[in-house]
Design a protein around this ligand. Sequence first.
Ligand code: G4P
Length: 289
Amino acid sequence: MTIHWFPGHMTRARRQIEDKLKLIDVVIELLDARIPLSSRNPMIDEILKGKPRMVLLNKHDLADPQVTAEWVRYFADLGLKAQPIDAAAGTYVKEIIPRAKELFADKIAAQIRKGINPRAIRGLIVGIPNVGKSTLINQMAGRKIAATGDKPGVTKGQQWIKAGPELDLLDTPGILWPKFEDQTVGLRLAATGAIKEELLNLDEIALFAMKYIIRHYSQALQERYGIEELPSDLDDPNEVVKVMEAIGRKRGAVVSGGRIDLDKASLIILRELRSGKLGRISLERPEEV
Ligand code: G4P
């Protein structure tokens, strides 16, 4: 799925979320644990206007657990509780309901004081495309509900899904756009597969990812590809390309004359990174912010 976000799309997506916000008690903001800030909408605080909110760091299974723990501290400093989850496997998904209750505790207490039987909390999942919104909705509903690949601007009747006796979820998530303006953010989004490669140059995305992997996860390169010799100067792209070529050679990405097909090597590196074959890798750290 490719969404080209034009100003019109953004305005419409924002308006749709603002309409949904009127119906809900708690926002569930889904971020990619490998790139929490780069996968965050730049206007999120403005759009949510103080609505109680929890942050979920999804695809925890693919992210470096130590770095994810640093991100949890980072969000705590902002006053936000962040919970790492793996929506696809359902890991930690059961933590969501107690967190929603915590966020809504004052209102529940007020209802009880008034003698009203507290109703189920109403939640809305929001996040950028591909972050796992539909996967999480399906997981919480215990069945396939949301069509993956939903587009901004496409409206349909809202329906509530029972995610247990205490939480109702809107069946359509709120789709947000990422920060496109910053080149590094774009590269992180492309490296994790959040935005399509065609928007950026494939070699450039793989070069960016490889540089990061050499700096922080060189052991993965030794273990997976048997690469022992690593560049000493990561600012020299030719040195990094040599590592990519060595991987291409090992994987048979060779064209006539023994040259390495760098596009093919780049694709192999990105596929293996995204599917977790290189291990659990984060591509963004709080200290880089
Ligand atoms: P969206 O609604 O936010 O656009 O995202 P969606 O649920 O469609 O998920 C996007 C991709 O991310 C899907 O993979 C989905 O399986 C994967 N995904 C979601 N949550 C997790 C998670 O916690 N861990 C991992 N590893 N992957 C997750 P896909 O390749 O597009 O499709 P599929 O063939 O895997 O379904």
